[in-house]
Design a binder for this molecule. Structure first.
Ligand SMILES: Cc1ncc(COP(=O)(O)O)c(C=O)c1O
Length: 482
């Protein structure tokens, strides 16, 4: 008999004793030890049940799941809350398909998560893209200006809804209150991908939660920033414009008919912990973050994304629990920093790009985690022999190419590879996504313009990574012959 390879790898990983500045928010389960929830960790296998009598049913809840969802709705000040066992991804697809019919238009920021694109494909919806602002120093996507939203609804009065990411991956928050006012002025629906914001209602010092700011629907990855298990998310509705029965049907279509009770229990447990002690725990966390930032400032030459951005580039607020750290002034790229933290100091951060790392801190982190992080950054700063080629990120500026086929049409059509430099005027069958900022230059179904070809050459010359395309050398691009 061979060995179960996934389990083996997980067990090996568990022994490494990594400090987690990564998701999930429970941080290797440390927070559950503090609350000792009836020692559930010793009973995993007997808790892994399905819809037997007494266990209620996620898709037609009448008993404990209904009650747990109602408690969550009250805590999040929503009219309705739905537990999700297939992540925020399934909630995003369901909400799009709940508010729009096939052929309807949706206003979509170009830096949306791929689940939004999947929702457009599955629902046969037509995106009208808008651009977020981008920081020219770092290449990081910033906020969406309210005036960009206003212009979009004027240009596309038939659009049904706007979907925004709030906060974005870097903790950047647009002015969701102002955006909600504009969306509602045009009698449209505001959908918020709040995957990174399940913790926002734990402190006044954090950006306002989307539901409290006027969103009609917000979906949160509880597993990312609160103590819930991976895949466990919540969808909140606060609106008279949303047909809740249709939403329920869409959720049932996009989620397993055998939802994991461990995931659902973890959502209820996360809500119980934060409703009881969340404010206290968040104050503690914000104190650790403050201390961390002071120490890092004292080390010198390490940049941290901070509240200084507020008021610029569509940024209304910044989530302080996200630590975006840039050591390029010391010749250390984001990818090298991630590697050094992981291999030399056993610290796992969430993400790295050319210039910076993103570390996710949650109420599951304690003071010792931050001390280890500070110690590691000091060590890396003093390290000898670190070489890094400084990469200039060219200004992110180009026109969104014309859409010639819808996202749904594009995925079903045959594709052939042609020379990229000679592809002007053809229809792209692939994405071209420079990283950073992680915003597509080109999506399947869009025309490959000379401007995009020239811009990609510039990005390549500057060493910017381009993802979403099969040929990493970018000699060839797949096109749709139409
Ligand atoms: C902005 C954003 N939206 C949605 C998702 C999807 O969330 P989930 O992993 O809970 O499906 C992610 C995941 O990383 C994300 O970053």
């Amino acid at each position: 008999m061979d060995q179960p390879i996934i389990l083996d790898r997980l067990l090996k990983h568990g022994k490494k004793d990594m400090v987690s500045f990564h998701v999930p928010g429970h941080k290797n389960g440390k927070i559950y030890e503090r609350y000792n929830y009836k020692n559930f960790t010793g009973q995993w296998l007997s808790l892994d049940v399905t819809e037997i009598p007494g266990m209620d049913n996620l898709h037609a809840p009448e008993d404990m799941i209904k009650e747990a969802q109602e408690r969550a709705a009250k805590f999040y000040r929503a009219d309705h809350t739905f537990f999700l066992v297939d992540g925020t991804s399934c909630g995003i697809i369901a909400m799009l398909m709940a508010v729009a019919n096939p052929g309807d238009k949706i206003i979509v920021p170009r830096d949306c998560h791929k689940s939004v694109l999947h929702g457009l494909i599955l629902g046969n919806l037509i995106p009208a893209y808008i651009q977020p602002e981008v920081c020219s120093d770092t290449g990081i996507p910033m906020g969406i200006l309210p005036e960009t939203v206003e212009r979009a609804f004027k240009e596309h009065p038939e659009a049904k809804a706007l979907v925004i990411t709030y906060p974005n991956y870097y903790g950047i928050c647009s002015d969701v209150q102002e955006i909600a006012k504009i969306v509602h002025k045009y009698d449209k629906i505001l959908l918020v991908d709040e995957a990174h914001g399940a913790h926002l209602n734990l402190s006044e010092a954090l950006p306002v939660p989307a539901i409290e700011a006027g969103a009609d629907i917000a979906v949160q990855s509880t597993h990312k920033t609160l103590p819930a298990f991976t895949q466990a998310s919540m969808l909140h509705v606060k609106s008279r414009k949303v047909n809740v029965d249709r939403l329920k049907m869409m959720l049932a279509m996009h989620q397993s008919t055998s939802p994991s009770y461990l995931l659902m229990a973890s959502l209820d447990m996360a809500r119980t912990i934060v409703e009881g002690e969340g404010k206290f725990l968040m104050d503690q966390l914000l104190g650790h973050v403050e201390h961390f930032k002071k120490q890092i400032a004292a080390i010198g030459k390490i940049k941290i994304l901070d509240q200084g951005l507020v008021g610029k580039l569509g940024v209304k607020a910044v989530d302080a629990t996200k630590l975006v750290i840039d050591m390029t002034e010391l010749g250390i790229s984001g990818t090298l920093l991630e590697e050094l933290l992981r291999t030399k100091y056993h610290i796992q951060v969430e993400m790295a790009n050319m210039s910076a790392i993103v570390a996710v801190s949650t109420i599951g982190n304690d003071r010792r985690d931050f001390e280890r992080f500070i110690h590691a950054l000091m060590g890396i700063k003093d390290g000898k022999g670190i070489a890094h080629r400084h990469i200039e990120v060219p200004l992110y500026s180009y026109r969104i190419p014309p859409m010639r086929l819808t996202p749904r049409q594009s995925i079903y059509m045959e594709k052939v590879a042609v020379d990229f430099t000679n592809s002007s005027g053809k229809i792209s069958g692939e994405y071209l996504i420079p990283y950073p900022p992680g915003i597509p230059l080109l999506c399947p179904g869009e025309e490959i313009t000379e401007e995009v070809i020239q811009y990609v050459q510039l990005l390549k010359r500057n060493g910017v990574q381009i993802i979403g395309i099969e040929d990493k050398e970018l000699q060839k691009i797949k096109i749709i012959e139409f």
